[in-house]
Design a protein around this ligand. Structure first.
Ligand SMILES: Nc1ncnc2c1ncn2[C@@H]1O[C@H](COP(=O)(O)OP(=O)(O)OP(=O)(O)O)[C@@H](O)[C@H]1O
Ligand SMILES: [Mg+2]
Length: 431
């Protein structure tokens, strides 16, 4: 039986297999420098010219190059939400979001099978990762999200599908380097969720399939890097497109904020490309205080550059991990005369900090709740193991340093730790 661990992430996905019995993270795509990467950005591009579906970096590149088509990112955020059962139009067909996620999961499976050619067996059994909460307020929707994902995996051809919590998978990965018993806190802050596990690890416990007695707490919150992008965009970039501008005929009223919140939210951007929405926005033109800003917004939407704008904001957030300031090159989104009308916008580290503070506080409150649930003080924790792209944020690192001054800190592989732990779990479950 051929087994794998599959981490379907909000921003990046990985798949781990056994190759010649050795645990291996599958190289999924070459980056622009030609180097093979084991991460595939969780993105699809439906190309309207050749009716092909592109995945990962390639999908984003096709969209950014201005090819006709539809880009989808952050699809995992739909699982557990109110849009989960919706259909979406791509060219002249309607797809359920399960079908779209299914294309992506199938492509990961196929890639892994191709890579594994010498063993030639198709992958039959998978342990998939799941966040502690797909939905942290509604248990029924949370359960439904897992059922959707299980269904998607079965439709992709997996015969045996089971789940493990993403931070527990990361714990199993970290446990490979543990030489004596320790109490470890696993912190996984990714694109969509922040997840925490408090667990006893030791070399002797590694091969036990039931770890319930070692698990002290498992907790999380539906907040991550895509929320940070949204906050930064709304606070620092959306005002350039007219957010908060007064309406001249209605004293005290402003442009409705929901258009801007959608434009700043990866999985909602496409809703604004709808003709009816464009018409609604056009109708505001006579009454807005700054017509040029509304024209910039309309032009951006007509040329379907919303995802590109979101990518620029995300890139600035990442740049601010190392630089004091970052330029969001808004004029690069406009190719015609509007290029001059669009002011560029610079974001400082202080603005990033201000924009993210509330979310970071919420994440660290949830972390404190994790310790409270277990009745454990920070002083009892031997090791803090971090994974997930958003733990690279200096603000996050500073909070961890302040909360656990005495614990040993281990920075894991930010992108592969969960996937390799899921493969380990698959080895235990399907042996
Ligand atoms: N240097 C950095 N500073 C801030 N954020 C970063 C940095 N590098 C990556 N990120 C963010 O990390 C996130 C992606 O992390 P990761 O790939 O771990 O998420 P994921 O596993 O896909 O999501 P999830 O597990 O929540 O479903 C993105 O939001 C990205 O912008
Ligand atoms: Mg993740």
């Amino acid at each position: 039986m051929s087994i794998c661990g599959l981490d379907f992430g909000t921003s990046n996905s990985t798949i781990g297999i056994l190759q010649d019995k050795q645990p291996t993270m599958v190289p999924l795509e070459q980056d622009p420098s030609g180097e093979w990467q084991t991460t595939l950005p969780s993105a699809l591009f439906f190309d309207f010219e050749d009716d092909q579906i592109n995945f990962g970096r390639h999908a984003i590149a096709r969209y950014t190059a201005g090819e006709q088509g539809r880009l989808l990112r952050s699809m995992k955020s739909l699982l557990g939400g109110s849009f989960m059962n919706d259909k979406t139009q791509v060219k002249n067909r309607f797809y359920t979001f399960d079908e779209i996620i299914g294309f992506f999961v199938s492509s990961l499976k196929t890639q892994a099978e191709k890579y594994n050619k010498p063993d030639s067996a198709s992958l039959e059994s998978v342990v998939m990762g799941r966040p502690v909460y797909f939905n942290d307020t509604d248990t029924a929707l949370d359960q439904a999200a897992e059922e959707h994902l299980a269904n998607i995996a079965r439709l992709a051809g997996f015969k045996h599908v089971s789940f493990q919590f993403e931070p527990i998978a990361a714990a199993l990965d970290y446990e490979q380097q543990v030489s004596k018993e320790e109490l470890a806190l696993i912190i996984d802050i990714g694109g969509g969720t922040s997840d925490f596990t408090l667990i006893k690890l030791s070399p002797a416990r590694q091969n036990q399939s039931d770890r319930q007695n070692d698990l002290l707490a498992n907790h999380g919150v539906h907040l991550g890097g895509t929320n940070f992008d949204q906050r930064l965009s709304v606070n620092c970039v959306m005002p350039e497109f007219g957010m908060n501008m007064p309406l001249t005929d209605k004293p005290g009223l402003h442009m409705p904020g929901h258009y801007y919140f959608d434009l700043a939210t990866w999985h909602k951007i496409h809703l604004l490309y709808d003709r009816a929405v464009l018409l609604e926005l056009q109708n505001f033109r006579p009454i807005v205080s700054d017509k040029a800003k509304l024209d910039n917004l309309l032009q951006l939407l007509k040329s379907r550059k919303g995802h590109q704008l979101a990518s620029l904001v995300e890139a600035s957030k990442i740049e601010l991990s190392t630089e004091a300031e970052s330029l969001v090159d808004l004029s690069s989104l406009f190719s015609d005369s509007r290029e001059d009308a669009m002011k560029n916008c610079t974001i400082s580290q202080a603005q990033l900090q201000l924009s993210l503070q509330r979310d970071i506080d919420k994440i660290f409150n949830t972390l404190q709740e994790t310790l409270t649930q277990a009745g454990v003080s920070h002083k009892n924790i031997d090791t803090v193991f971090t994974t997930g792209g958003s733990t690279a944020l200096p603000m996050v690192k500073a909070c961890i340093d302040a909360a656990f001054p005495n614990a040993k800190q281990i920075v894991g592989d930010l992108y592969n730790s969960v996937g390799s732990g899921l493969l380990m779990e698959a080895q235990l479950r399907y042996r």
